[in-house]
Design a protein around this ligand. Structure first.
Ligand SMILES: [Mg+2]
Length: 422
């Protein structure tokens, strides 16, 4: 659904159940959470959408038995390498948390998969969750490890079929992904921040930016006095009227302060307000979503499908944001996107890890409603020529990898200097 329609629905009192839907028509998305016709937005309908099969391994006609999975390191990068008994291979790159999460990966996740047929990955996920009471580790530390193994297995399953990850997760529907350029800093002045963002806009042709607000999990304290207000005002003035502004509060505010800051964002025509309240305070976040017309985004630390379902069913946010690493991989995130699609809500994944943007590109290649922009941070350039064709940044958009699996051209070459982490 386009932004104006979502904003119209909110203004019409969607959250409280009152409806002025007649004035919010969208030719491309006639359904809405409250006029879903044959599919009312029940918990059962959402769970049903989430549980539909995703992974296509139809072109592999004999078992692909996993012989080994190893965590390797090359300089700054941690790599998971999976190999089948027949010699099929796949790799993934972790986020930086592998540095201290590797015991969970090596002791709780990898052993489960040895000897299993990789074609059954989708059903194995639930078994893994129950295996040796792994569910008691429920949280980012566990699901990151699952994601890293999943990405490597998907790479192997894709390579074995000569198809990209997007092709085996439902089919590629998009080959270019528009992005906003993001700054992760809070120690800068508003002036330094807009100058940095302008330089990223100049470098990439992006039409959108994201900056940080508040102090990060800071109980209403700003990073420095007046920084957020100053940055909101200056961003519009300095970057111009045509740039789409995104603000990310990283759980900084209680509802009154979030609503005050959110209204400032609305006053400058910003399009998106991320994580206004402590990330696990779903009710407070919903209060902010209800009170504002700007789209509220959230979910980057979430690890429960049922809580995502609650957010979607109750319009706790306007845009859901599973992190492909923290939330346990592409399959789980696609399940969230399928639930969100029933509610006409976009799924804009959160990105962790320098290489994480590659998994975002595959997610974006198969997901109908990803919102208007995905995230771009400086530093990803060094990965672009690992792919064939080389990935391109042009006019504020990235191209999606096209080769088999994740699309890395030469995994042998990549692994040549890798050392095991044990
Ligand atoms: Mg964020």
């Amino acid at each position: 659904m386009d932004l104006s329609r979502r904003q119209c629905l909110k203004a019409a009192g969607l959250a409280t159940g009152t409806s002025l839907l007649g004035s919010c028509q969208s030719p491309s998305s006639p359904r809405s959470p409250v006029d879903a016709g044959n599919s009312p937005l029940t918990a059962e309908a959402l769970e049903r959408a989430a549980s539909r099969k995703i992974l296509d391994v139809s072109r592999i006609d004999s078992p692909l038995v996993i012989e080994s999975i190893r965590l390797l390191r090359i300089d700054r990068d941690y790599i998971v390498h999976v190999r089948s008994k027949g010699g099929a291979e796949g790799v993934s790159l972790t986020n930086t948390r592998a540095e201290y999460l590797y015991p969970i990966l090596n002791k709780r996740v990898i052993p489960f998969f040895i000897g299993k047929d990789a074609r059954n990955y989708e059903s194995l996920q639930w078994e893994l969750y129950r295996h040796q009471s792994n569910y008691k580790l429920q949280g980012l530390a566990f699901w990151c490890c699952v994601a890293w193994v999943e990405f490597a297995i998907l790479d192997m399953l894709g390579r074995a079929q000569g198809r990209s990850i997007g092709d085996i997760l439902g089919g590629v529907i998009r080959r270019n992904v528009r992005f906003y350029v993001a700054s992760g800093r809070r120690d800068s002045t508003p002036q330094e921040e807009v100058e940095y963002l302008q330089s990223l806009v100049d470098e990439t042709g992006a039409e959108a930016v994201k900056f940080r607000l508040g102090g990060r999990m800071s109980k209403n304290a700003d990073a420095s006095p007046g920084r957020s207000e100053g940055l909101i005002r200056l961003s519009r003035k300095y970057l111009g009227d045509s740039i789409d502004l995104h603000g990310d509060a990283n759980s900084s505010y209680d509802p009154p302060e979030a609503i005050r800051i959110g209204k400032m964002l609305e006053d400058v025509g910003a399009v998106y307000f991320e994580e206004p309240c402590p990330f696990d305070h779903l009710e407070d976040t919903k209060r902010v979503t209800d009170a504002l017309t700007i789209d509220v985004a959230g979910g980057e630390q979430e690890f429960s499908q049922r809580r995502f379902r609650w957010m979607i069913q109750n319009r706790g946010v306007d845009i859901v944001q599973p992190d492909l690493h923290y939330y346990g991989g592409l399959l789980r995130s696609i399940r969230v996107a399928r639930m969100a699609a029933l509610a006409n809500m976009p799924t804009t994944v959160h990105i962790s890890g320098g290489f994480g943007f590659i998994y975002m590109l595959h997610f974006a290649s198969v997901t109908p409603d990803i919102g208007k922009y995905q995230e771009y941070k400086r530093g990803i350039e060094r990965y672009l020529n690992w792919f064939d064709p080389v990935l391109k940044i042009k006019n504020g958009a990235l191209t999606v990898p096209q080769g088999p699996g994740v699309g890395i051209r030469d995994i042998r070459g990549l692994l040549k200097d890798a050392k095991p982490v044990s």
